[in-house]
Design a protein around this ligand. Structure first.
Ligand code: HEC
Ligand code: HEC
Length: 431
């Protein structure tokens, strides 16, 4: 039983915490039911607390942070949503405002703080609505968002600082996306470039651990591994240090002296960190085993698939991939998966652009979002939070925001008759 063996180092390092977690670990119907996975799930849901505490095992939150647990922003692995401007004080779910490295506020607005510290501000959004009319008379309303930060706690943002609002994506199926060979992603980019058309996705090559790697996670594909994505979440969202981001004050800048000088949770027994590598490893393991929230087989809707391809959607939302050979996980190796994404960056035009480059992703570049899992949300089409900032409430609305390299696909969708349009949307909501 390799799972049990792998769990032991954690038990040794943090007997108390692990014992507690095991007792709390809910029986999960989703994740593979191993001991490691249950600890990983409990850690994903764990509410971290401010330092200092007697056990040191769960402390180090903040001092400034957005949420106390991963699950607060990714409830049951699902995506988040922006604040509802019609509801006073509503914060949405996991809605965060990234910054272009402001000299005072850093890389993200932290909307929470431990006792005695001042919050950076409250991320909000306002919308201007625009009506788009199809040739057959049906209309769709688009929401043009303007992100705002209310109650800035440390003075105005620098003049040059750029804001970009993000909602948490759905995090099911990450383990399978992780198993697509990097060379296959490079080959897809080369194939699109060689085709010479308007659709020409690019790999976001990011330097992590001193070497250039293929980015694949996050809205701009700026994280090459789950480990790196999760470590950044601990730093920016929760304010805790990990092997990859060693500052115990997370995103606090030197200008934020009170935050830097507050007690932190790093301790010798945890590699001088707040979150040791074992804990990151267990959370990764849990996420890696979360199956995609949708179908693991090719869509049975063949006519829908053909329409999706003919409209030009499949050019970026590549239906299938084959996972790498992995003798240790035969069930996950060499298998066809259907995420409907090429994992490449595409310029979708200025209306979606945010002027906040990440790695090689420019302001209007976004990673093609995997569409699998939308079937779980189908009944709520019209009240969804699609696209990077959650502005689109329906699949039709999301498609109408596509521009740039996707302009032609959008134009074809605009030109469809009602029945055909509904066919396409139904196909997407079945993925
Ligand atoms: C404050 C809310 C918040 C918290 C807390 C949070 N996340 Fe996220 N998460 C986000 C947002 C927003 C994004 C999208 C960031 C981006 O790409 O700009 C994201 C992205 C991700 C992704 C990438 C998914 C993809 O499609 O590529 C993973 C994986 C993830 N988070 C895991 C975690 C883990 C693990 C934790 C806990 C350590 C965590 N998150 C805590 C908000 C949050
Ligand atoms: C040129 C590449 C490209 C083409 C062509 C394209 N898309 Fe996309 N799609 C993207 C990218 C990139 C995003 C992410 C944009 C963002 O979040 O701002 C996206 C996002 C989406 C989303 C939102 C998913 C979510 O969970 O937020 C849907 C739905 C979608 N596309 C459907 C379609 C359909 C249907 C078509 C064909 C009419 C299509 N796309 C054509 C690249 C493309």
């Amino acid at each position: 039983m390799p799972e049990l063996r792998a769990a032991r180092p954690l038990m040794r390092r943090a007997t108390l915490a692990a014992g507690l977690l095991l007792a709390l670990a809910p029986a999960s119907g989703i994740a593979a039911d191993s001991l490691d996975n249950r600890i990983g799930e409990a850690l994903f849901r764990r509410m971290w607390v401010a330092a200092p505490t007697a056990t040191q095992a769960a402390d180090g939150l903040g001092p400034l942070y957005n949420a106390r647990s991963c699950a607060t922003c990714h409830p049951r692995g699902a995506g988040g949503r922006p604040p509802n401007p019609a509801v006073e004080g509503d914060q949405g779910v996991g809605y965060a405002i990234k910054l272009s490295d402001d000299p005072v506020y850093g890389r993200q607005i932290q909307s929470n703080a431990i006792l005695g510290q001042v919050i950076e501000g409250r991320p909000r959004v306002t919308y201007r609505e625009e009506e788009v009319r199809f040739p057959d008379g049906e209309t769709v309303r688009l929401r043009h968002p303007t992100p705002v930060v209310a109650d800035l706690g440390y003075g105005p943002l620098a003049e040059a600082t750029v804001m970009s609002a993000r909602v948490p994506p759905r995090v099911h199926g990450m383990g399978l996306l992780d198993r697509i060979p990097a060379e296959a992603i490079e080959a897809e980019a080369a194939r699109q470039a060689a085709a010479g058309g308007a659709v020409a996705g690019r790999v976001n090559h990011v330097v992590v651990d001193g070497r250039s790697q293929v980015g694949r996670f996050g809205w701009k594909a700026m994280h090459p591994t789950l480990d790196h994505q999760d470590a950044e979440a601990f730093s920016l969202d929760i304010g805790m240090s990990t092997p990859a981001f060693r500052d115990p004050w997370g995103d606090c800048t030197p200008a934020q002296t009170a935050c830097r000088e507050a007690p932190h949770g790093d301790s010798k027994q945890f590699e001088g960190l707040e979150i040791p590598s074992t804990v990151i490893g267990l959370i990764d393991g849990y996420l890696r085993d979360l199956p995609p929230d949708g179908s693991l087989t090719a869509s049975a809707d063949k006519a829908g698939a053909a329409l999706f391809a003919d409209t030009g959607c499949a050019a970026c939302h590549r239906p299938s991939w084959r996972t790498a050979e992995d003798p240790e996980h035969p069930a996950l190796s060499n298998r066809d998966i259907f995420p409907h994404s090429d994992l490449l960056l595409h310029d979708l035009g200025p209306a979606l652009g945010d002027d906040l480059p990440m790695g090689q992703a420019r302001g209007a570049d976004w990673r093609t979002t995997p569409l699998w899992g939308l079937n779980r949300l189908a009944a709520r089409d019209g009240q969804l939070s699609l696209l990077h900032d959650g502005r689109a409430r329906s699949v039709a609305e999301a498609i109408l925001w596509h521009g740039g390299e996707a302009e032609e696909a959008r134009r074809r969708f605009m030109g469809m008759q009602g029945a055909e349009r509904k066919r396409l949307v139904r196909y997407v909501l079945g993925l």
